[in-house]
Design a protein around this ligand. Structure first.
Ligand SMILES: Nc1ncnc2c1ncn2[C@@H]1O[C@H](COP(=O)(O)OP(=O)(O)OP(=O)(O)O)[C@@H](O)[C@H]1O
Ligand SMILES: [Mg+2]
Length: 506
């Protein structure tokens, strides 16, 4: 069997295919009614707890921090947690605990276990972030056949039983716990065409939670004259309360203020949430998603009215506030649909995973996925004071695509050549440096042309090749990511996860 995993900022969901070829969710091994695993972990000495188990335990382990929102740190090389022995845990390593938990659930649930998996990533993830997810799978001993973008997976699932969408232009609007992603797709038979992508990296349910958290802190200060304590338990509880109140505000049928008594340690105080103030701030966040939608359409020379359907997925999308915002925007000819907002990504990933397996299930439909590059990809000579970007690959180019650039090198003047690899939407605003290609040392003594070839693969990751353009021979190079104090070391992180007891079963 194969597994599709939606590794979300807030929730992780896994799905597999039933005999009739339709995707089903994998339940938690401790509770068959629960099909969602919170993307959190708790580490206590040599034991780790992931998902629902960690959620149930945090009140009894008040000095332990719940490690959450680790998905936000993919690609940063910053540790997300330090354990009691001061070991640094990286986002990949914590993610691998959640993946292991889901994998264990699948092994218990599926009669023949599972063989391979597909994990989803946000469509706007850059190369480093995508490779972090692949690394997390490796740390969890998950055999990965592919990664696929979250809205694309959702589109596959949506398209699998909506045959009539052929030739329509569909906007998949994925507003989740930590990220906002959008994808424009068309479908024709079994072929799914992704025509453009966009998104906002750190924009999700968490930003809505933060509005409520801020208001709670203010009310606490008003009541007691000092700042809210910063201990772990208060932090964990505050996050939970804020999320609950946020959902109440977002889903209110009629605008109304909410008052709640909140306990912090032995102190109780009344916090009040004014609907209008909350809604105004929350709407500003939704407007940011609208700006990304417009930017994406503009990049194709299209307008909002060119879209036939808007499919809302992700937990934040399932709120009334977001729905009503878009309801006002869609015209009479356009459709606004909810489509299993919490599970369609995992189910689409399972369909995609199955399309790779050569099992003999006749019900499995082959999938022909055509996609485009998410970002512009360019190179910058590291010592160029003007920092001029040589654009190699345009965004929205059909994948896979490769392109190359040559640079004149004089080995007598320089032992190494450093070239930065970057991805961006707008060269004036958001150039993201992925790392430095350090080519050399060179064996030649005379001038030659060095050729850097960059490939953007179907899964959105980038491959690099460096050659001598004159004789075609490969040149040695190293790809150096951002240096940091705490270096991520695969072997060391792997031994940490392999030597921890993941206690997820009663
Ligand atoms: N009715 C609701 N109103 C507002 N927010 C909601 C509602 N239901 C769920 N959410 C929020 O949705 C978020 C979780 O959504 P989801 O499970 O789609 O995210 P995720 O897949 O984990 O994250 P991402 O896709 O961004 O990595 C949480 O922030 C949760 O509070
Ligand atoms: Mg999601």
């Amino acid at each position: 069997m194969v597994l599709g995993i939606d590794l979300g900022t807030s929730n992780t969901v896994a799905a597999s295919l039933s005999r009739d070829g339709s995707p089903v969710l994998i339940p938690d091994a401790n509770n068959k009614d629960v099909q969602i695993t919170p993307s959190i972990a708790l580490i206590e000495g040599r034991k780790a707890y992931a998902g629902n188990f960690a959620e149930n335990l945090y009140e009894t382990l008040p000095d332990k921090q719940i490690i959450s929102f680790f998905k936000r740190s993919f690609g940063t090389q910053d540790p997300v947690y330090f354990d009691d022995d001061k070991n640094a845990w990286f986002s990949e390593t914590v993610a691998s605990l959640v993946l292991r938990k889901v994998k264990n659930d699948a092994e218990l649930y599926l009669p023949d276990g599972y063989k391979q998996a597909v994990i989803t990533v946000p469509a706007h993830y850059n190369d480093v972030q995508r490779k972090s997810v692949i690394e997390a799978a490796r740390l969890a001993d998950l055999e990965l056949t592919a990664i696929i973008e979250e809205p694309v997976a959702a589109a596959l699932f949506y398209g699998s039983f909506n045959k009539k969408i052929d030739e329509e232009i569909i906007l998949i609007y994925d507003f989740g716990g930590g990220t906002f992603d959008l994808t424009l797709i068309t479908k024709s038979g079994n072929q799914l065409n992704v025509i453009a992508k966009d998104g906002v990296n750190k924009l999700g349910g968490k930003e809505f939670d933060d509005i409520v958290q801020h208001s709670i802190r203010e009310d606490y200060e008003k009541a007691f004259g000092n700042k809210l304590p910063t201990d772990k338990l208060t932090g964990n509880r505050l996050q939970k309360i804020a999320e609950k109140i946020k959902i109440e505000l977002n889903d209110a049928d009629t605008p109304r203020n909410i008052s709640k008594w909140i306990m912090v340690g032995r102190d109780a105080f009344e916090a009040t949430f004014y609907y209008d103030i909350y809604a105004a701030q929350a709407t500003q966040l939704i407007v940011k998603t609208e700006q990304a939608v417009n930017r994406c359409l503009r990049s194709l020379g299209m307008q909002f009215s060119d879209i036939n359907k808007v499919v809302l997925i992700g937990g934040t999308s399932s709120s009334k506030l977001v729905y009503n915002f878009w309801k006002q925007k869609v015209g009479p000819q356009q459709e606004l649909v909810y489509h299993q907002p919490l599970s369609s990504v995992a189910k689409g990933a399972a369909l995609y995973a199955a399309s790779f397996s050569n099992g003999n299930n006749q019900e499995i439909v082959p999938i022909d996925l055509k996609s485009v590059s998410t970002y512009n990809i360019g190179l910058i000579m590291a010592n160029d004071p003007r920092r001029q970007i040589d654009l190699l690959i345009h965004r929205n180019t059909p994948l896979p695509v490769s392109s190359k650039k040559t640079y004149k090198v004089n080995p007598q003047q320089t032992e190494y050549v450093n070239i930065e690899l970057c991805q961006f939407w707008d060269p004036q605003e958001d150039v993201h440096k992925l790392g430095t290609i350090k080519a050399g040392p060179f064996s030649l003594m005379s001038e030659f042309y060095l050729e850097v070839a960059v490939e953007n693969r179907l899964n959105g990751t980038i491959g690099i090749k460096v050659r001598n353009a004159d004789n075609g021979k490969d040149i040695k190079f190293e790809f150096i990511r951002k240096a940091s104090d705490h270096k991520y070391d695969y072997q060391q992180q792997k031994s940490m996860v392999d030597n921890i007891y993941l206690n997820n079963y009663l």
